[in-house]
Design a binder for this molecule. Structure first.
Ligand code: PGA
Length: 320
C-alpha cells in the first residue's frame, strides 16, 4: 500500500461516494479513462478488487469498504493538520461537518449564521436528519459533531448538554381542550394523533411516555416533517407532540395584494396563531439538547471552536 498515492485514494473515495466512474470524473475534473486507470492501479497494488459491477450498479467489495474507511481517516487527519497549521498562523480555517436532528433546524442555522460571521474562514456542511439516520452517520464516522436529544445506548459518545428541548402537546387554537387545565393523559386516547415517522427521536419519546402510562393513542397520520405536522394540526387533522422549539419563528408574512383580508387563506400565513400548547398532565416531556462526538475521535480545531461557541451563545437561542 505504501506505493498508493494520495491522488489514487482521492479518486477511489470519490468513485465510492458517487457509485459511478463518470460522476467521479466530473467532480474531479479529470477524464473517465484516467479515473479507471487510477482505480486499476490501486486495485493492483492492493491485490484485491475494490468494486464489483452488478447490472448498472457499482458496489464496494469488502476490501473496498475497508479501504474507504481508511481513506476517511487519512483525509480527516490531513484536514485536521491543515486546520492546525492555519490555527498556528492565527487563523480559524477549515470545514466543519455538523449533523443535527430535525428540531435543531429551528435554532442551529441562526447560530451558525453568527458563528460564520465571526469565523469567515470556516465553512460548514450541515446535515438535518432524524435520530435513526444520525445513528447510521455515527456508525460510519461521517461528521465532526452531532446535535441531538436522544442519546443512543450503544454508541460511545462524548457529550455535553447545552439547552432544554421539552416536548409539548400541540393542538389547533380552537380545539375544545385548549381552554382546559391539567388535562389527564387518558383524555388524549380519544383524540386523533399525528406522529412523526419511525426512527424519529420525538416519536420514540412519546411512545415511551404513553407506554409507561398505559395509554393507547389513535394514530391518524404519520408525517416525516415537523412543519408538515404543524400544517396538519392547523388543518384540523388532530393533535401532536412536538418539541417546543418547533413553535419558534412563526413570522407573519406580509400580505400581498392577491390576498384579501378576511379571506380564510390568510390564516395559513400566520401558522403560529393557529396553534396552541395544551396543558396535559405528564407534559412537557423534559429532554435536553446535546452536542456530541464519537469517543476517541481526534476533534479538529474548527470543531472545538464551534463547540466553545455553542456553549457560550446557546442561551440566546432558547426563547426566540
Ligand atoms: P427527531 O428528533 O427528528 O429524530 O424526532 C428531534 C428531537 O428529538 O427533538
Amino acid at each position: 500500500m505504501i506505493q498508493a498515492t494520495l491522488h489514487q485514494l482521492r479518486v477511489f473515495a470519490t468513485v465510492a461516494h458517487h457509485g459511478s466512474f463518470t460522476k467521479a470524473a466530473q467532480e474531479l475534473m479529470i477524464t473517465q479513462p484516467s479515473v479507471s486507470s487510477q482505480v486499476k492501479n490501486l486495485t493492483n497494488t492492493l491485490g484485491f478488487p475494490l468494486f464489483e459491477q452488478i447490472g448498472k450498479q457499482l458496489y464496494l467489495t469488502q476490501a473496498g469498504e475497508e479501504l474507504l474507511s481508511t481513506c476517511r481517516i487519512i483525509f480527516q487527519q490531513l484536514d485536521n493538520l491543515e486546520m492546525k497549521i492555519a490555527d498556528w498562523g492565527g487563523m480559524k480555517q477549515g470545514k466543519l461537518k455538523l449533523a443535527v436532528v430535525t428540531t435543531a433546524k429551528y435554532f442551529i442555522p441562526r447560530l451558525l449564521g453568527a458563528f460564520c460571521r465571526e469565523y469567515p474562514g470556516i465553512d460548514v456542511a450541515l446535515q438535518v436528519i432524524n435520530h435513526e439516520e444520525m445513528r447510521k452517520r455515527m456508525e460510519a464516522n461521517l461528521d465532526d459533531l452531532y446535535i441531538l436529544s436522544q442519546l443512543p445506548d450503544d454508541i460511545d459518545l462524548y457529550t455535553e448538554a447545552f439547552m432544554g428541548n421539552p416536548l409539548v402537546v400541540i393542538a389547533r387554537a380552537d380545539h375544545p381542550l385548549a381552554k382546559e387545565r391539567n388535562i389527564p393523559l387518558k383524555r388524549l386516547q380519544d383524540e386523533p394523533f399525528i406522529l412523526r415517522e419511525m426512527g424519529s427521536g420525538t416519536r420514540e419519546a412519546i411512545r415511551k411516555l404513553f407506554t409507561r402510562n398505559r395509554v393507547d393513542i389513535r394514530v391518524r397520520l404519520e408525517l416525516g416533517s415537523n412543519e408538515a405536522i404543524k400544517q396538519a394540526i392547523a388543518g384540523g387533522l388532530g393533535l401532536s407532540v412536538l418539541s417546543r422549539h418547533t413553535l419558534f419563528s412563526e413570522i407573519p408574512v406580509q400580505l400581498t395584494q392577491d390576498i384579501v383580508p378576511g379571506d380564510d387563506n390568510i390564516r395559513c400565513y400566520n401558522l403560529g396563531e393557529q396553534l396552541t400548547v395544551l396543558d396535559v398532565q405528564n407534559f412537557p416531556i423534559e429532554r435536553n439538547w446535546y452536542v456530541a462526538y464519537l469517543h476517541g475521535k481526534n476533534l479538529s480545531v474548527v470543531a472545538h471552536t464551534f463547540w466553545d461557541y455553542l456553549m457560550l451563545h446557546c442561551s440566546q437561542y432558547d426563547n426566540l
